[in-house]
Design a protein around this ligand. Structure first.
Ligand code: GN1
Ligand code: MG
Length: 371
């Protein structure tokens, strides 16, 4: 712990109300936006913590974001306690305030920091390993939506406006194509053709919403599999990464979860032959989700879920492609072509989904039936 970076991290940590003295601060997790560190203290049998630097270039309203997080966590904890859940602090995230009682701290460099308790004995996975894990993930996000279904969505700030609005994403793509700042448009022409051929179909959820056929709910908006913590038996422990919890439509959360659950490969797999569907995992997720959500979902919401399944990998491809053409300004990248590789991998996923559409429809229908 001798370099300046570690010293400044320890200093940031010391502003928070932790028990004991800090002995280590190490990088943690695989997020594309924020920086996360695991903090350990010398307190015997004490807690460990997660310290995060919030990317305020993306989350410009940090105060709104933290108010959203607190509102959602207080609501979830209250409901869990009311439902008789024994260890509420293990089933939801807990914020550690600063020593002066604030939800976050801004340091002298302008960086924003916050802290959570690290949930011991839990794991997250980038790739699903069993149908049982997929079922747990479905339960996790189904329950998350269910617990928030009686919290007024208008109490939350729309922290990243138009986040899952496909018109907004396509407009951003068109705008960057016009600018072509690093001259990458020519090499991605085939991918652009693929995207624009599907533009209309991908507007289905948005159209239903505009016609007033879908209720605005509180959704998670980043329902990747690695945002669910499982215990050693693969039971749901807790949903994490609440930065994008906002008003939204359930089809977005369902589709974004399936995007990682059904994919046998990583989101950025370069070998496209590995990007194939794992249909039993889709079924596992759908059943787990329905076990928690089918009682509050409307018929229109149920019929929108499949549109979400196509939309979210498509939209993710559009977002990665936009960033690639823009010269990689948004997502962290590990190598120069990373955003292009991610784009191609998501496009392959869309193609696979299209080839298996009728199977997916059948499974969705059967998962709503009572068991
Ligand atoms: C980003 O940082 P992370 O991994 O939680 C992104 C999500 C994308 C995801 C793709 C605020 O999430 O929307 O789906 O990468 N978050 C934001 O892996 O843009
Ligand atoms: Mg996230």
């Amino acid at each position: 712990m001798s370099d300046n970076r570690s010293e400044s991290l320890i200093e940031s940590t010391n502003y928070f109300d932790v028990e004991g003295s800090i002995i280590s601060v190490e990088r943690f997790g695989s997020g594309h936006i924020n920086d996360t560190y695991c903090v350990k203290t010398d307190k015997v049998g004490g807690k460990s913590y997660l310290l995060q630097r919030i990317n305020h270039h993306i989350f410009v309203n940090v105060d709104g974001l933290m108010q959203n997080t607190k509102l959602v966590l207080d609501h979830i904890k209250g409901k869990l306690a009311h439902l008789g859940v024994e260890h509420v602090e293990k089933a939801s995230l807990t914020l550690i305030p600063t020593k002066t009682g604030d939800l976050y701290r801004q340091d002298e460099n302008g960086d924003y920091w916050r802290m959570f308790i690290l949930l011991e004995g839990t794991k997250s996975y980038d790739i699903v390993e069993s149908a049982n894990q997929a079922y747990s993930a479905g339960q996790a996000f189904g329950e998350f939506q269910m617990l928030l279904s009686d919290l007024n969505a208008n109490k939350l700030v729309e922290i990243l406006p138009n986040f899952h609005n496909i018109d907004f994403r396509i407009n951003n793509l068109k705008e960057v194509i016009k600018r072509d700042p690093v001259k990458r448009v020519a090499e991605v022409q085939d991918i652009l053709d693929f995207v624009f051929e599907r533009e209309e179909r991908m507007r289905a959820v948005l159209l239903m919403a505009k016609e007033g056929r879908l209720p605005l709910r509180i959704t998670h908006n980043d329902t990747k599999f690695n945002n669910v913590l499982l215990d050693s038996e693969d039971r749901v422990q807790c949903v994490i990464d609440l930065d994008t919890v906002m008003p939204g439509y359930v089809a977005y959360d369902f589709g974004d979860a399936i995007r990682t659950i059904i994919n046998s490969a990583a989101e950025d797999e370069a070998d496209l032959s590995k990007v194939v569907l794992n249909i039993p995992f889709f079924e596992g997720y759908a059943k787990g989700y329905m076990s928690k959500a089918k009682d509050f979902l409307t018929d229109n919401e149920l019929s929108s879920l499949l549109d979400g399944v196509f939309l979210l990998p498509f939209m993710q491809a559009v977002r990665f492609l936009t960033d690639y053409i823009d010269g990689d300004t948004y997502y962290k990248i590990q190598y120069p072509e990373h955003n292009l590789v991610r784009t191609k991998s998501q496009i392959k996923l869309v193609q696979e989904l299209e080839a298996h559409e009728s199977e997916l429809v059948e499974i969705l229908e059967s998962s709503v039936q009572p068991v």
